[in-house]
Design a protein around this ligand. Sequence first.
Ligand code: ATP
Ligand code: MG
Length: 401
Amino acid sequence: MALDLSPQEASNIGTELQPRRSVIELRDVSKHYKDAGAPIVDRLTLSISEGEFVALTGPSGCGKTTTLKMINRLIEPSSGQIIINGQDVGDLPSHRLRQGIGYVIQNVGLFPHMTIADNVAAVPRLLGWKKDRMTPRIDELLSMVGLEPSIYRDRYPRELSGGQAQRVGVARALAADPPILLMDEPFAAVDPITRTSLQDEFLRLQQSIRKTIVFVTHDMAEAMRLADRVVIFGPQSKIAQVGAPTEVLSAPADAFVASMLGSGRLMQLLSCVRLRDVSLDRWPTLAQGLEGDERLAALSSAKIEGKNRVLVLDEAKRPLYWIYSDATGESSKVEVDCKLELDATSLRDAITQIVYCSHDCAVVVDGDGAFQGIINIQGIRRSLAPLAGAGTSAANIGVDK
Ligand SMILES: Nc1ncnc2c1ncn2[C@@H]1O[C@H](COP(=O)(O)OP(=O)(O)OP(=O)(O)O)[C@@H](O)[C@H]1O
Ligand SMILES: [Mg+2]
């Protein structure tokens, strides 16, 4: 089992299905304010594909919010071009442009004198939606972000917690079903557990709505968890590195990127790499219903491989139980207590599960429950060896920016 990721292979993980059509293109975009000296954003070029989830991250003040606001023209660029769906945004009336782009504002920005329902309905109302279309949509969105409509619909923003207000911000941005979402630190003001559950909900939501998303966050783990591609900005929105999370985590471009990724880099990498991305170990199996000599033959050939048990599979190759042989040749059935799904399980989850399971290894199955192989701690360590090597190159040298 090896995970020899070249940068190209690493960047392919999880992105094979990524569509190619570019939806948002920033071409040599700069922003400077008079009397402010150096530009805030300096000649930024970036292309974002349809359905892609891109996270922008970088130090405070590097121009992330400015970049988002230039995409929907809340801020006009000083130079350069921004193209959305092939059209220069400078040629579009700004209200038309914003109707097609949902925006979750940093620090939420709900209208304080409007109820939650009216906040969510802000854009549909501008678009002239009738009440009979709007009311069910508001309820649908509130439910979607985990707020019971009958409780929250008529409240005011001051009657919500920070996390609830952020959910309303997300619902409001989704209200008119825009194809593009710009999200500025949408989950920043909540505790880590609520944040993780908001991220989970949002990931599930994105599976079905498949928007093109530009998402600003300071939280590197959040960027790595959510995004197809991560952009790490240096000062003035200069791109220090752009790539798939596994690519950035396994090979930071320089000491600045490594310092941005911080000491949690290996754990984040473990969270990003799925069982489908590593090769599993095989294990001797036995078809259900085979008894007597066939079972004994399977157990003795397993023994030759140094294994004291075989895995019994049903006719659809789904694992049923282990059969152990003891010194006297007797065999005993033991339940499979650690079964992990190939696509859904990260190496980090796998480690946690294996530590607690009684056979020191997990049985890995595909989406239909069919046996694919096994994984144990030794296998995970082998797969990590090349990545840990990459880790010593930058993060562990301790170079400060
Ligand atoms: N109207 C303005 N005039 C002059 N400078 C401005 C103006 N608006 C923003 N800036 C400056 O532009 C820089 C970038 O601001 P921006 O809000 O884009 O940063 P950010 O990366 O989003 O930061 P944070 O992570 O703290 O939200 C900051 O140094 C800020 O002070
Ligand atoms: Mg900002």
